[in-house]
Design a protein around this ligand. Structure first.
Ligand SMILES: Cc1cc2nc3c(=O)[nH]c(=O)nc-3n(C[C@H](O)[C@H](O)[C@H](O)COP(=O)(O)OP(=O)(O)OC[C@H]3O[C@@H](n4cnc5c(N)ncnc54)[C@H](O)[C@@H]3O)c2cc1C
Length: 602
């Protein structure tokens, strides 16, 4: 325990985001401390050690690009790297850039309060530490707050209980055990085939079936790896131009499903099914815009599921009816076929929800199921859970819980009105979980680092988005979402998996439009500041932040608009540019039509 340690910046979290944030801020000459609840770096890949855990964006894309030597020297073994390998990679990065000495592990930040007199953030931890810093960067993760449904009798079960998001480090041996898995999202889809191979008997409890496309994972072809490495920068740039920040080299995308003949559509879906994984969503450009187009893909995948599962009743239960892709699409390795095993069964709890956990198992539909172990594959309190788990208080002592009572409100997913000099990496309102997250993280970290450097260079003490900017951004995030089919499902993108959570579509759809600085002609490339006119669609979101000068007594502090070139919220969109050379660049409001065409051209 230590009292009132002073830093220029505190970073909370040591996943991909916190590790790179530390590297950038240290490079900029700041004193930085990273505080991490886990005992090591890696975040998602530190916690999610369940069998089958792996990325579903290809390894060559799901990695840092800020250092060319790093991306050249690291060798991925599989098309989709397993958890262990991704964790080893983040550990390697932390060591390679000598970052560990500034990370305090096994420490959870419990509170972060803004002190208006000093203009600094005061943080306290569960270890009794107190920190003070000018900048507070929340790199707490979008999928880091495990969600466990509040079933009656949760503590009554006398067997072993696991959550995929906090898996024991020593692993779990299910041999000879009766296992119940609750949930059928991505983590279940990855883990069920492997648990089934080990367990004596496996019962999967499903509320909503998921669409999944075969991952076709396997060893990564050295020739493919060499091809990418020969022009890694070009590869990154091509991916950055894609709607989800990935899948650029996978083949022809775009076009309209509705304008294709049924035969041509079938051929194309066959081709994308063979390629495997999430890019299936990009088989046509209108799949996420037109219900009719979407239905053609949905029906194709439903047919595949029915063909894979022998028992017609089980097949029917596993077949989703919702819009294809509006809940997170999954990539699997034999998930549906697993239900053909004699030791695996499915229980549909959509009509008869789980009533309670009992000392021997659980009860649903008036029936008792006995287990030795229960696995919660119930996902996360996504995007806001980790932030709201901290007692964050901004100006006037206002809590973030209060500010976000109706759902998260941010400017660009980077900053929050009323919470000066606090940044969120891939916060709600940014592409985050609807993008390849490592580049999305790098883009935010680059911007934050450049912003802080900019402020320090000009003696600016604090930064805060303007209310107009935040309001306009929230409105814009919703407008873009409403153009698509995404809001039509009860997904975790909307917070629908957590009872009582406000239904707000949280991620921003469209990575390139978010990053691009030239989408609105009205804005051109000129940095703009001020307030937005939310009614003028297509004009710049002319935002921005208020700065405060240093060393002024609070009662005399004046605010001023930043001058041309001083403001703004978006770091360089150059995928190959590291934090040290980031520039502040203007942010303009993407036009709706530009978004649609960007997605269509994928
Ligand atoms: C199983 C799984 C598979 C995924 N696969 C992909 C994929 O293929 N592609 C993709 O783009 N994304 C994927 N993701 C999303 C993944 O979360 C991101 O890609 C990325 O790892 C996030 O990094 P991060 O540093 O932002 O957050 P995290 O990795 O979540 O790290 C946040 C860290 O903050 C710490 N923390 C939180 N609150 C506190 C606190 N109060 N005090 C101290 N520490 C705190 C946590 O302990 C955690 O270590 C996946 C997520 C999961 C769960």
């Amino acid at each position: 325990m230590s009292q009132n340690q002073q830093f220029d910046a505190i970073v909370v979290g040591a996943g991909f985001a916190g590790v790179y944030m530390l590297h950038c801020l240290r490079g900029a000459g700041l004193s930085v401390r990273v505080i991490e609840a886990g005992s090591g770096v890696g975040g998602t890949w530190y916690w999610n050690r369940y069998p089958g855990a792996r990325c579903d964006i290809e390894s060559m894309e799901y990695s840092y690009q800020f250092d060319d030597e790093l991306q050249q020297e690291w060798v991925w073994s599989e098309r989709y790297a397993p958890q262990k390998e991704i964790l080893a990679y983040v550990e390697h990065v932390a060591k390679r850039f000598d970052l560990l000495r500034d990370i305090q592990f096994d420490t959870r930040v419990e509170a972060a309060h803004f002190d208006e007199t000093s203009g600094r953030w005061q943080l306290s931890t569960d270890a009794g530490d107190e920190f003070s810093a000018q900048f507070c960067i929340m790199a707490t993760g979008c999928l880091s707050s495990a969600n466990t449904p509040d079933f009656p009798g949760l503590d009554a079960f006398e067997g072993d209980v696991y959550h995929t998001g906090t898996w024991p480090h020593e692993g779990v041996d299910f041999s000879g055990k009766r296992v119940g898995v609750i949930g059928t999202g991505s983590s279940a889809i990855q883990s069920v085939p492997l648990i089934a191979q080990e367990a004596e008997q496996l019962t999967v409890f499903q509320r909503t079936p998921s669409y999944s496309v075969p991952a076709h994972n396997g060893p990564l072809d050295p020739a493919e790896q060499a091809r990418v490495k020969a022009d890694y920068q070009g590869f990154r740039q091509r991916n950055a131009a894609m709607p989800f920040g990935a899948f650029a080299d996978i083949g022809d995308t775009g076009g309209s499903a509705l304008e294709s003949t049924p035969e041509a559509r079938e051929e194309r879906y066959d081709l994308w099914w063979q390629k495997g994984g999430l890019p299936f969503l990009a088989a046509y450009g209108d799949l996420l815009f037109s219900t009719e187009a979407n239905e053609t893909a949905a029906e194709y995948v439903r047919r595949k599921i029915r063909a894979a599962v022998n028992d017609p009743a089980t097949a029917e239960a596993l077949t989703p009816s919702q819009v294809f892709g509006c809940k997170r699409l999954c990539a699997d390795s034999g998930y549906f076929e697993t239900f053909n095993r004699p030791n695996v069964s499915l229980v549909d709890v959509s009509q008869n929800p789980i009533e309670a956990l009992t000392p021997t198992g659980l009860r649903t539909g008036g029936r008792e199921y006995a287990f030795d172990a229960i696995v919660f594959a119930t996902g996360f309190d996504a995007m806001t859970g980790a932030l709201l788990g901290i007692d964050i208080r901004g100006k006037g002592g206002r809590t973030l819980q209060d500010k976000w009572a109706e759902g998260p409100r941010t400017y660009l997913g980077l900053s929050i009105v009323g919470f000066p000099s606090l940044f969120t990496v891939t916060g709600p309102g940014s592409p985050s979980v609807l993008a390849n997250m490592v580049p999305a993280i790098e883009q935010h970290v680059n911007w934050i680092a450049a912003c802080i450097e900019h402020m320090r260079g000009r003696g600016l003490a604090r930064i805060e988005a303007t209310p107009d900017a935040e309001n306009a951004w929230v409105e814009h995030v919703n407008e873009v979402a409403d153009e698509t089919l995404f809001p039509q499902c009860n997904s975790w993108y909307l917070g629908a998996n957590v009872p009582g959570k406000p239904r707000v579509f949280m991620p921003y759809i469209g990575f390139p439009t978010y990053v691009s600085k030239r989408l609105s002609r009205d804005c051109g490339s000129t940095p703009t500041v001020g307030s937005s006119s939310s009614s003028s669609r297509g004009r710049c979101i002319r935002l921005h932040a208020r700065f405060r000068r240093r060393r002024m007594p609070p009662e005399k502090v004046r605010t001023r608009s930043p001058r041309r070139g001083e403001s703004d919220t978006r770091a360089s969109n150059s995928s190959a540019r590291a934090c040290s050379s980031s520039r502040l660049t203007p942010f303009s409001r993407p036009k709706k039509s530009r978004f649609s065409s960007a997605l269509s051209s994928a």
